[in-house]
Design a protein around this ligand. Structure first.
Ligand SMILES: O=C(O)CCC(=O)C(=O)O
Length: 341
């Protein structure tokens, strides 16, 4: 859009202006306000009026308006679910050794988060895992981590650019020495390399047949980092278990039904920072009711598909995440291909 040369009124209405007009008319802007912006942008008033009238009468815009109405109806359905959700207590329930049937009926199929306690008590990892154990058992393994995250505020979106390979013992020493920091973190994204390199550690993790399918290939992702790691607000494309082994994590959740207020600009991400929600920049966030919890070692958090979550490592922390549930968990293949929302 060319906004130069305002006084001479020589700017032509190009397709970028037309896209802007269409978008703003669909958003419900007053055509007179749009006219003023166009004239201030250097478009001759009569040309601006003609273009605005053409847009308002355009059958293309009428088609788009129809889709907008349909989306508004879907938003109404989601908003009803959101309002009903707000009638519940604002907390994530903790359930001790939750049974299969109860988990399935009350949480998995209902898309509700829950913290399950008492299911990891027999895991060898709970007693054996420590920084020393990691270094002594797998120190020579070559692993991949996310590195240099402090230099890029969009480090999660750009995670490919932050891959770094190093010996596991070297990484363990970094974690030991530099806490707290968000500059480096071994995440599930690094898993394709790490699962094979650290295979020995997987022997210390027991299957959870009450909820997970032990025959599945997707048998756990390792997250290991110093205190201070931040995984910004995003949602997963699957249901997910976070099983906490070492250290505590602070987690902020926003149910999937709140998506209309989450400023989801690209793929599964938002720029909203859970630590300091800027209500000037993101006013719709006033409608959202975040749920907060601390996940302790030995606890498993169920994160329903689409549920927004922000995760902060309060201490040196190790988590295993799992997606190999006994029930349908492929929501990825039906995810929209065009991810610029
Ligand atoms: O533990 C973390 O830092 C993030 C975990 C997470 O976001 C996930 O498993 O989807």
């Amino acid at each position: 859009m060319d906004t130069q040369n305002q006084a001479a009124a020589t700017v032509v209405v190009d397709n970028e202006w037309r896209r802007w007009i269409a978008e703003n008319l669909l958003l419900g802007s007053n055509p007179n306000d749009l006219l003023q912006v166009m004239v201030a942008g250097g478009i001759a008033p009569d040309m601006a009026v003609t273009e605005l009238q053409a847009a308002q009468q355009s059958p293309y815009l009428a088609g788009a308006q129809r889709l907008k109405n349909r989306l508004a109806k879907r938003d109404w359905v989601l908003d009803n679910l959101r309002r009903l959700e707000h009638l519940r207590a604002a907390e994530i329930p903790r359930r001790h050794r939750l049974g299969t049937r109860e988990f399935f009926d009350e949480f998995y199929t209902a898309g509700r988060p829950v913290i399950i306690t008492g299911m990891m008590d027999r895991w060898p990892a709970m007693n054996k895992w420590s920084l020393d154990y990691f270094a002594s058992r797998c120190g020579n393994a070559e692993v991949q981590v996310q590195f240099g995250r402090n230099s890029n505020q969009h480090y999660e979106l750009d995670k490919k650019r932050h891959e770094k390979t190093m010996r596991f013992a070297e990484y363990v020493n970094l974690v030991r020495a530099q806490s707290p920091t968000n500059d480096f973190y071994m995440t599930a994204y690094n898993d394709s390399r790490n699962r094979a390199a650290l295979a020995e550690l997987w022997n210390d993790v027991l299957p959870l047949p009450e909820y997970l399918d032990p025959s599945s290939q997707d048998s756990g992702f390792l997250w290991f980092g110093p205190a201070g790691t931040i995984t910004p607000f995003h949602h997963d494309l699957t249901n997910n278990f976070m099983a906490q082994i070492i250290g505590r994590k602070r987690i902020v959740l926003v149910p999937a039904t709140e998506i209309a207020s989450m400023y989801n600009h690209e793929h599964c991400f938002t720029y909203v920072d859970a630590r300091n929600i800027d209500l000037q920049r993101f006013p719709e966030m006033r409608r959202v009711r975040p749920l907060e919890c601390t996940l302790n070692p030995g606890e498993i958090l169920f994160l329903p598909v689409g549920c927004w979550h922000f995760v902060e490592g309060l201490e040196v922390s190790v988590t295993m995440s799992f997606i190999n549930f006994r029930w349908q968990n492929d929501f990825t293949s039906s995810y929209p291909a065009d991810r610029a929302f």
